[in-house]
Design a protein around this ligand. Sequence first.
Ligand code: ASP
Length: 294
Amino acid sequence: MDLLSIDSLGDAEIADILDRAEMYFTGNRGRRGTERLHGRIVFNVFYENSTRTAMSFATAAHRLGASAISLSVERSSVAKGETLEDTARTLNAMRPDALVIRHRENGAPAAVAMIMDAPVINAGDGTNEHPTQALLDAATIRRRLGRIEGLKIAICGDIRHSRVARSNALLLPRLGAEVRLAGPPELMPDGVPPISIDEAIAGADVVMMLRVQRERLEDELGDAPGEYLARYGLTSQRLATASPEAVVMHPGPMNRGVEIEDRIADDPERSLITLQVEMGVAVRMACLELLIGS
Ligand code: ASP
C-alpha cells in the first residue's frame, strides 16, 4: 500500500492514523519511543526544500526504532542526469522498507511507486497533494477542539499552488467539516467558486493561512510591501470576525507580515502552528507503522 493521496486511504485507515497519532503524541511528549519498526529502513528522498516534513519523517522513523536514510538529491547522481525512474530502480534494489518522496512535479511519487516494491509516501508533489500534512492538520484540530465534524474551516491564500489546500479539501469534508477556500483571484484554481477572504473567515472555527508560493508563480504578483497583508492576510481585525474560540493554523514556512500578522502567529492561545509541527511527528509515526506494518 502507498500513501500518494488522501484518496489512497479508506475511512477506517484515516480513523486509525488519527487515533494512533494521538497515542504517539502523548508518548512523544513523555519521550517514550517504541521499537515497533526495529531494524526497518526508511529512505527520505527530497527533491524540493523541506524543514518540517523531512525532519519529522526522520524523527518519526527513529522514534519507532527504524533507521531513516536521506538522499541528498543535490549531491546525488540526479545532478549527473539520472532519470527519476532510474533513481527509483536503484533505490529499490537496496530494499528499503519505505520510501518518502517530495518532488516538484505532480505525480512523481506515483511514478516512483510503480517501480518500488516498498510502500511510497508522498511528502508533497508539486501543486498536487501533501497527504501527511492534511492528516496532521486534522489530528491537530481534533486534539485542540475535540472534533472535526461540524467545524467551519477557512483555508486562505495561495490555493492555486497549494498541495496542502488540495489534500485538506479532500480530507476535512470526509471528516464532516465545512471547508471554505478563499484567496486572491489570481491565486484561486479554476472551477472553485470564488468567495472573499472576509466571507471565508467570518464565523470560522479554524483559520488556516497559506504561503504565497512565489517560486511557482509565472508572473510576479506586483504587490507593494504590506499590500498582501491588508488585502488578503490574517490581521487582528479579520480574526475578530471569526468564532470567538477560533484557532489559527499555518503549514509553514510562514511569510510573516505577508499572509499572517506576527502577533497572531505568535499568539500562545490561538496559534496552533507549533502544535502542528509536534503532531506532524506523531502522524508520520502512525503512517509509517500502518504502511510498513501492512
Ligand atoms: N510546506 C508546505 C508544502 O511543502 C507549504 C508551503 O511550502 O508553503 O507544501
